[in-house]
Ligand binder design. Structure first.
Ligand code: NAD
Length: 290
């Protein structure tokens, strides 16, 4: 199977823009669209509409906020002429049900849908070090591997069915969200005993409590006061909510999931829209003081 002749990219936000920028550096022509104009990276063509991207590209990447938006875009694509045979690779985090719904709409129009959420955050995207969690035909993964290699360090084929990629992505983000909230509470406890934040981090980082919040978010985004991990609290809350919802549906244990979902709901409500998720520390700090 051959490489796509033209690649389309829809959604140029915190994740999409850097990923598209790396694709633009490759040999395949790239055409991009975001509802906010002016976000296409250097080397790519900026389209004025979704239909223009779909008409030009044979493979389309999506990096959109949530399942409602992905499904609205999928329905719009499916209704366009001459779309049969095209491939849509959705890298958004939308949960298994929304992925299945998008798959049904697009396969109904003769297209191939790949559920391929990503992990690694904006920092990973800026370094072309994203993990791609692919569920869909393996042959399509092999065909697109040279394109994925432009922005990804690890690609995993986790199953043939859309929704399986979402399941792995949601469980990963549940663990990341848990580490971020639990580490914030643990650090606040250490601070209340007069120990410096850097000292707490230095100890835990080489001890059994180490995790991604202790290793990365605290020293690089919280201790520095920059709060710039590049992931909005409302998007992480969406992921944790989806995780808890689908764990309930699966019937597996959800004691931690329920509690962590409650915490992130409160964090989203306490912060202005588009606040970095590392500000959970500030929210819990204020709560400790009151
Ligand atoms: P973002 O909000 O920064 O970007 C989304 C982009 O989509 C924006 O540029 C927005 O203008 C555009 N958009 C919205 N509706 C559109 C439409 N109908 N047509 C065209 N463009 C539209 O979000 P993000 O952080 O880049 O995340 C994108 C997806 O990736 C989400 O599903 C998120 O959960 C997931 N994700 C984010 C991170 C992260 O660290 N930021 C990491 C992994 C996965």
């Amino acid at each position: 199977m051959s490489l796509p002749e033209t690649i389309g990219f829809v959604g140029l936000g915190q994740m999409g823009e850097p990923m598209a920028a790396f694709i633009a550096q490759g040999a395949t022509p790239l055409i991009c669209y975001d509802r906010v104009p002016g976000r296409a990276p250097e080397g790519a063509t900026e389209a004025g509409s979704l239909s223009e991207v779909v008409a030009s590209a044979d493979t389309l990447f999506l990096s959109l906020p949530d399942g409602n938006i992905v499904n609205a875009v999928a329905a719009e694509i499916a209704a366009l002429p001459d779309v049969a045979g095209k491939v849509v690779i959705d890298m958004s985090t939308i949960g298994p049900a929304a992925a299945k719904q998008a798959c049904a709409a697009l396969t109904g129009a003769g297209m191939t849908f790949i559920d391929a959420p990503v992990s690694g955050g904006r920092q990973g995207a800026l370094k072309a070090a994203i993990t791609v969690i692919w569920s869909g035909p393996k042959a399509e993964l092999e065909r697109h591997q040279p394109v994925l290699d432009l922005f990804s360090r690890n690609t995993f084929h986790v199953g043939d069915t859309p929704g399986q990629g979402q399941a792995v992505k949601l469980l990963n983000n549940f663990l990341s969200a848990t580490a971020m909230a639990a580490s914030s509470e643990a650090v606040l406890f250490g601070l209340s005993h007069g120990v410096e934040m850097k000292t707490i981090l230095d100890v835990v980082k080489v001890s059994t409590g180490n995790n991604t919040a202790i290793e990365d978010k605290f020293p690089n985004r919280i201790l520095t006061g920059s709060y710039d991990a590049g992931f909005f609290a409302e998007l992480l809350n969406k992921d944790v909510r989806l995780y808890s919802q689908f764990v309930e549906e699966a019937g597996t244990s959800n004691l931690m999931g329920q509690r962590v979902a409650e915490i992130w709901q409160q964090v989203e409500e306490a912060l202005p829209p588009q606040s970095d998720f590392t500000r959970v520390f500030e929210v819990l700090e204020k709560r400790s003081a009151s």
